[in-house]
Design a protein around this ligand. Structure first.
Ligand code: PCA
Length: 214
């Protein structure tokens, strides 16, 4: 029985919902060979990581995938890299706005995901869903959470795979905006199921090019 922890964020930046939490709620539950646990993270520097570490220590999962909204992106993007740098474009949900600070002092400058990211992207593409590899999770709360996750796993849970997936807006978030990409909850759910299955079964990532966004 594999234990999987999925996280989604609360809404931020003036939005009423966050698609990452909407889709994660649909994925919770037991299946024959796996249990998916979910938790919502606050869109707050520091506090988001405290909550994530608490859940990981409680559940002791085999796989952790954190999800977040990337408004403006058109595909489900599996993040390759997390950097040890906070640089907030807008204040978080508790009005913190760190500029040019480390996520974790005296830690590596960056981590690569331990997910088989190319295999996950390819599997979603083959299932007919727009998916790509992303080379930057930004420098806001999502990158902060991804970096903290990979540092925590490297130090305390080296056998647990972890990483981050950014997802587009939901259609209702962009209904009045011309030319803003979105993806339906049904497609997001389908894509993430494929991504999770692939993350569980593939240990060595594919040596192929899948198409990247920078
Ligand atoms: N997206 C933000 C933080 C929370 C979320 O869903 C980000 O990309 O940093």
């Amino acid at each position: 029985m594999k234990k999987i922890l999925l996280t989604g964020f609360e809404a931020f930046g003036g939005e009423a919902i966050n698609p990452s939490w909407e889709v994660v709620k649909r994925l919770e539950g037991h299946r024959s060979d796996q249990t998916i646990f979910i938790t919502q993270l606050p869109c707050v520097f520091g506090l988001s990581l405290e909550k994530l570490y608490e859940k990981i220590d409680e559940i002791q999962p085999d796989l952790v995938i954190c999800l977040g909204q990337a408004g403006g992106r058109a595909s489900i993007s599996v993040e390759k890299v997390a950097i040890n740098w906070n640089d907030a474009r807008i204040p978080d949900n508790q009005q913190n706005q760190p500029i040019d600070t480390a996520v974790v002092e005296n830690a590596p400058l960056a981590y690569f995901t331990s997910l088989p990211c190319k295999a996950m992207v390819k599997a979603m593409q083959e299932a007919g869903l727009p998916a790509s590899l992303s080379l930057s999770a930004g420098s806001y709360v999502c990158n902060h959470v991804m970096f903290g996750l990979l540092h925590h796993l490297a130090l305390h849970y080296p056998r647990c795979k972890g990483g981050f997936i950014h997802i587009p807006y939901l259609p209702e978030q962009v209904a009045s905006q011309a030319n803003m990409p979105s993806m339906s909850l049904e497609s997001l759910e389908k894509g993430l199921k494929v991504a999770i299955e692939t993350a569980l079964k593939v240990d060595e990532d594919l040596a192929i090019s899948t198409g990247q966004i920078c």
